[in-house]
Design a protein around this ligand. Structure first.
Ligand SMILES: [Zn+2]
Ligand SMILES: [Zn+2]
Length: 218
C-alpha cells in the first residue's frame, strides 16, 4: 500500500458520496479506486464498480463515464486564466463554453471564462483541446503555501478538493489546517498513464481539433 493511500484511509470520511462502499448501480462492494459515471439527466455523480462502468462506454448513453486520466501540465501560467492566487478548476461545457469554479468554504463559486483567456491557455497547452466536457477539468493551484501547478484531472478530483476545503475551512482565511490539507491533496495526486479514450470531446470547438499543429521551430 502506498503512503498516499494509507493517509487517505486514515482520514475521516467526508460528506457526500466521495467515499462510498457500494456501487450506486448494482450495490457490490467497491474500494477507493472505483469508477464514476455522470448522470446527465439528474446532474449527479455515481460511484460504480468496474463492471457497471463498462456498460456505459461513452456518449449517447444514460451515463457519461468519467475518464481516469490525471496528467500534470507544464505549459500554463495560472495568471493567463485569471488565477493570480488561489485555487480554481475549469470545466468545458458541451456547448463549448468554459466555466471556472473557485472552491471555498461555501462550495464552489462559478463564472464563465472569457473565450480569449481559454484560447490563450489552449495555445500554451494544446492538451486542453482534449479535455472532455463535463467530466474532466483543468485544475489550477496558485496557493501561497506551495508551487503553482496545473493538472488535467477527472472532475471528481475537483469535487473531492471542494469537499475537503468545506470540511476544514475555519475563520476568514481558512486557517492553517485547510491549507495543510490542500498541500497534502496535491502531494497525493498521482499521474495516470493515458488509458484508452472513452469518448471524443464534443463541443462547438471540436473543429479546432482538426487544426494542424505547427511544428516548433529550432
Ligand atoms: Zn456495479
Ligand atoms: Zn466515488
Amino acid at each position: 500500500m502506498t503512503g498516499a493511500l494509507a493517509r487517505l484511509i486514515r482520514r475521516p470520511a467526508r460528506p457526500g458520496r466521495l467515499r462510498p462502499d457500494r456501487c450506486d448501480l448494482c450495490a457490490v462492494d467497491i474500494d477507493d479506486r472505483h469508477a464514476h459515471l455522470w448522470d446527465e439527466q439528474h446532474t449527479s455523480m455515481l460511484c460504480v464498480c468496474a463492471a457497471c462502468r463498462l456498460l456505459f462506454p461513452g456518449t449517447g448513453h444514460t451515463y457519461l463515464p468519467v475518464p481516469d486520466r490525471r496528467t500534470r501540465l507544464a505549459g500554463i501560467d495560472p495568471a493567463v486564466l485569471g488565477v493570480p492566487v488561489g485555487l480554481a478548476y475549469f470545466v468545458r461545457n458541451p456547448e463549448g463554453t468554459v466555466t471556472a469554479h473557485y472552491p471555498g468554504p461555501a462550495g464552489a463559486a462559478t463564472w464563465q471564462v472569457e473565450p480569449a483567456y481559454w484560447a490563450a491557455a489552449t495555445t500554451a497547452e494544446p492538451a486542453l483541446e482534449t479535455l472532455h466536457p463535463t467530466v474532466e477539468a483543468l485544475l489550477v493551484s496558485a496557493v501561497r503555501t506551495g508551487p503553482a501547478q496545473t493538472w488535467l484531472v477527472p472532475v471528481t478530483d475537483c469535487h473531492r478538493l471542494t469537499a475537503l476545503i468545506r470540511t476544514h475551512w475555519t475563520g476568514f482565511l481558512g486557517g492553517s489546517q485547510v491549507w495543510d490539507e490542500v498541500r497534502r491533496f496535491f502531494d497525493d495526486l498521482e499521474p495516470t498513464t493515458a488509458g484508452p479514450r472513452t469518448t471524443e470531446p464534443q463541443t462547438a470547438e471540436s473543429t479546432t481539433r482538426s487544426r494542424e499543429r505547427t511544428p516548433s521551430h529550432g
